[in-house]
Design a protein around this ligand. Structure first.
Ligand code: HEC
Length: 133
């Protein structure tokens, strides 16, 4: 009798081991699917970055306001690289640019720096400004 119980116990343990092993595999698959599945955050677009960082002064469409000049009709002054440099240090950049220097005096607040943003976001913002009419 004791022998029979022991055999039953061993068989039961084999099943339990199999179930928990497949459970672990399933848990791994679920966490893998979660980490690279459909709920991963979407990349921020230039439009979204502009709305979040710039629209409060330049307006959503870049038409300008009492706080900032229009960005329309300005793209002949800029390239992607010069815009990224400007966004990192607008006041320093404007000090070396006579047109910006003269324009800056008309506004009560300086153009803020965006040097804390990742390079990729600065490039998207530059492209966004260059896309304005
Ligand atoms: C606090 C208000 C404010 C915010 C926010 C702001 N700006 Fe400005 N921006 C200004 C002011 C003021 C000037 C004029 C500075 C000058 O001419 O020296 C300016 C100038 C500029 C210029 C130069 C325009 C020209 O005449 O060529 C560009 C380009 C620009 N901003 C882009 C941006 C972008 C992109 C953002 C968001 C990442 C942004 N600005 C956020 C106030 C702001």
């Amino acid at each position: 009798m004791h022998l029979a119980t022991n055999t039953w116990y061993k068989a039961a343990m084999r099943i339990v081991t199999k179930i928990s092993a497949s459970g672990a595999v399933a848990a791994l698959l679920i966490s893998y699917a979660g980490s690279c599945g459909g709920d991963a955050p979407k990349e921020t677009t230039g439009v979204q970055l502009f709305q979040a960082n710039c629209a409060q002064c330049h307006m959503g469409d870049g038409a300008g306001s009492a706080l900032a000049p229009p960005l329309h009709g300005k793209k002949s002054n800029w390239s992607r690289d010069t815009l990224v440099a400007y966004l990192k240090d607008p006041v320093g950049y404007a000090a070396r640019d006579p047109r910006l220097k003269a324009q800056g005096g008309k506004y009560s607040l300086p153009m803020p720096t965006y040097k804390m943003l990742p390079q990729a976001d600065l490039e998207k913002l530059a492209d966004q400004v260059l896309a304005m009419p």
